[in-house]
Design a protein around this ligand. Structure first.
Ligand SMILES: *Cc1c(COP(=O)(O)O)cnc(C)c1O
Length: 389
């Protein structure tokens, strides 16, 4: 099939040509002045995207790596940890804490819904003796396409001393995230979602309150140890060999993001969410996430049961070279997921809707051709009028 593949997964996401080119440069000495400058520049860039005055360390790792770093550095074995899970990645955070010896109490929310701040508040209010040491939560739950209201959950935590630890791997730079203002103590993110670069970098952010806990607890750690990371950062270095090519890519991505502006980027993602949801509904399909819980990074579509999600994904791939994600675990073959974060254009979303209409038709599901595309076109027109673009 001619042309590039449409990679519309919730990570890895498409790469801009200029980022690919930036990453093809030669290696430099990671203990020399050029890397020193690069490290300071990108660390400052990540801090501004997290909206934090706190610390940021960049690890060569996948997103899960920095989730583990968050646990290894800030949670001690035996600590009582409240893990609020709304899907696969929330479960993963709980599993990591368990693997490191924490006593994990889980609040499991039905898949497709977001965490209820009132439920969290009730549990926190019960904890008179302040036994809970940390609260784990995913910002954007990629497996269901649901976003949690971090500000409201933070409010529910009130002045309870537990560290608030957030997985924002697929949330950051696609949704608003105000780390300091929302009183998030530790946050984890990664390169392959909204940052438009390949997998392989993890971004761990934490404040002084978390650092104080880190210094007090006695946990096994080496690779992830933030004390070592901070010592090296002072010298403009990383403890181990950094993924230099990915740093080049990150530098370029941060330039592009600064040019577009973080607020515009976030508005663009919200527009994509609204566009794709309206289009899919006009085709006659249902959505897993409702209202304010709907993610700006990924949309979960409930497949007609008589067709099944897997067949739709296969048809989109074979006939149009479009890569969509299936459902995970309980949602396998029930939903398919359209990623719309990072380097995605409105034109890509129009193409998806058009191809989806044809694929569904071929699979025997009745579709009025153009129904989804038409609604999307109208939305784009309105959006252009509003932004006079
Ligand atoms: C992608 C993702 C991760 C990390 O996954 P890796 O495969 O380890 O990079 C963690 N949490 C969420 C919410 C994600 O979307």
């Amino acid at each position: 099939m001619i042309g590039e593949q449409y990679l519309l997964l919730p990570g890895p996401t498409p790469l801009p040509e200029q980022i690919i080119r930036a990453m093809s440069r030669s290696m430099i000495n990671h203990r020399g002045p050029a890397f020193h400058d690069l490290l300071f520049e990108v660390t400052a860039g990540i801090r501004s995207i997290y909206k934090t005055q706190g610390h940021v360390l960049i690890y060569p790792s996948s997103g899960t790596g920095v989730m583990e770093a968050a646990v290894a550095n800030f949670i001690a074995p035996g600590d009582l940890v409240l893990a609020i899970s709304i899907g696969v990645f929330g479960d993963r955070f709980a599993s990591i804490a368990k693997a490191f010896g924490a006593q994990v109490e889980k609040i499991s929310v039905p898949w497709g819904q977001s965490a209820d701040p009132q439920v969290v508040k009730e549990r926190i209010d019960q904890d008179k003796s302040k036994r809970i040491k940390a609260v784990l939560l995913s910002h954007n739950e990629t497996s269901t396409g649901v976003v949690n209201d971090i500000a409201k959950i933070a409010e529910a935590l009130g002045d309870h001393p537990a560290l608030f630890i957030v997985d924002t791997v697929s949330g950051l730079a696609a949704h608003p995230f105000n780390m300091d203002q929302w009183r998030v103590d530790v946050a984890a993110s990664g390169s392959q979602k909204a940052f438009m670069i390949p997998p392989g970098l993890g971004f761990l952010a934490f404040n002084d309150r978390a650092l104080k806990v880190h210094k007090q607890i006695n946990n096994s750690r080496f690779y992830w140890d933030v004390s070592t990371g901070l010592d090296y950062l002072q010298k403009g270095q990383t403890p181990t060999t950094p993924a230099i090519s990915l740093f080049y890519g990150l530098q370029e991505a941060l330039h592009m993001m600064a040019q577009e502006g973080l607020d515009s980027i976030i508005r663009r993602h919200a527009f994509y969410r609204d566009l794709i949801r309206a289009g899919v509904q006009a085709i006659g399909l249902e959505l897993l996430a409702q209202g304010q819980a709907a993610s700006c990074s990924v949309t979960s579509v409930i497949a007609p049961p008589e067709v099944g999600a897997n067949k739709i994904c296969t048809a989109m791939l074979q006939q149009f070279n479009i890569v969509l994600a299936g459902g995970q675990q309980n949602l396998q073959d029930v939903i398919f997921r359209i990623g719309h974060l990072g380097y995605v254009r409105e034109l890509d979303l129009l193409a998806i809707l058009a191809a989806l209409e044809i694929s569904l038709h071929k699979l025997g599901y009745p579709v009025e051709f153009g129904a989804g595309v038409k609604v999307a076109q109208q939305r784009i027109l309105e959006h252009h009028d509003k932004t006079s673009g």
